[in-house]
Design a binder for this molecule. Structure first.
Ligand code: ATP
Length: 234
């Protein structure tokens, strides 16, 4: 579904991604793991179109997208939830969800889409009229994910969704990812909580110093203490 070949990215003259190659198949959860600064966020941003200077090839459903602007990639069914949540704090949950539909290619009825999203995110269903800023960090993160999901993306990229969230909500969030997968959404996940990420992922790529140094099934990596120690311990 997503094929990244020899992706390179630069911040000014700093060459931060070097020949990253990875694949995500339809229906999979694929995880990118690695230390802080390894290049995971830059990989996701390059795939969605938020990095100015890139080279290589990114194909989504057989079409080359690296040369396309971010909105065209979104329109093709790619979504991205950044680490910093970027919900609109003064708006209600429902209003924030509506914002996810503004540029959406999905023209189904708004109320129907909000209802459907609320069944996947029950915690939000109870809070549709609550002002977003009054929710906990974890609930706000769920709102950011729900807002990306409302347009029915085929592949959603999530950057550190568990960052700064209390453990009980993290478990709930990962259960949610399993449900999203069961409903047919493909997920590319960046996560510091390696064990938890590998527990729900099908496969994982280990990124170090801007390049992929290892890839394997999630179960193989879970059992590989040496790789985890070498590339993922902080
Ligand atoms: P983290 O978990 O800390 O976000 P990461 O693996 O996602 O780590 P990136 O954020 O992709 O790593 O960073 C890759 C490299 O690019 C790092 O060396 C980082 O310092 C650098 N970098 C990231 N953003 C910028 C920027 N806006 N300008 C210049 N350099 C940047």
């Amino acid at each position: 579904m997503l094929r990244v070949e020899k992706l390179n990215a630069w911040y000014g003259s700093s060459h931060v991604l070097q020949d990253i190659s990875l694949d995500v198949n339809n229906g999979e959860i694929v995880c990118l793991i690695g230390r802080n600064g390894a290049g995971k966020t830059t990989t996701l941003k390059s795939i969605i179109g938020l990095i100015d200077k890139t080279a290589g090839r990114v194909e989504f459903e057989g079409r080359e997208v690296l040369s396309k602007p971010a909105h065209a990639r979104f329109g093709a069914g790619l979504a991205y939830v950044p680490e910093e949540r970027r919900i609109v704090p003064g708006l209600s949950v429902r209003e924030n969800l509506r914002l996810g539909l503004v540029a959406s290619p999905n023209k189904k009825k708004e109320a129907e889409l909000i209802d459907r999203t609320a069944t996947i995110f029950p915690r939000l269903a109870e809070r549709l009229d609550q002002v977003a800023i009054t929710m906990s960090g974890g609930e706000q993160q769920m709102l950011a994910i729900a807002r990306a999901m409302i347009s029915d993306p085929k592949l959603i990229m999530l950057d550190e969704p568990s960052e700064g969230i209390m453990p009980v909500l993290v478990d709930e969030m990962f259960e949610l990812f399993r449900n999203m997968k069961a409903q047919g959404t493909t997920i590319l996940l960046v996560e510091q909580n390696v064990e938890l990420a590998l527990s729900i992922a099908d496969r994982a790529y280990v990124v170090d110093q801007g390049t992929v140094v290892h890839h394997a099934s999630a179960s193989e990596l879970l059992a590989d203490a040496e790789i985890q120690e070498r590339y993922c311990s902080v």
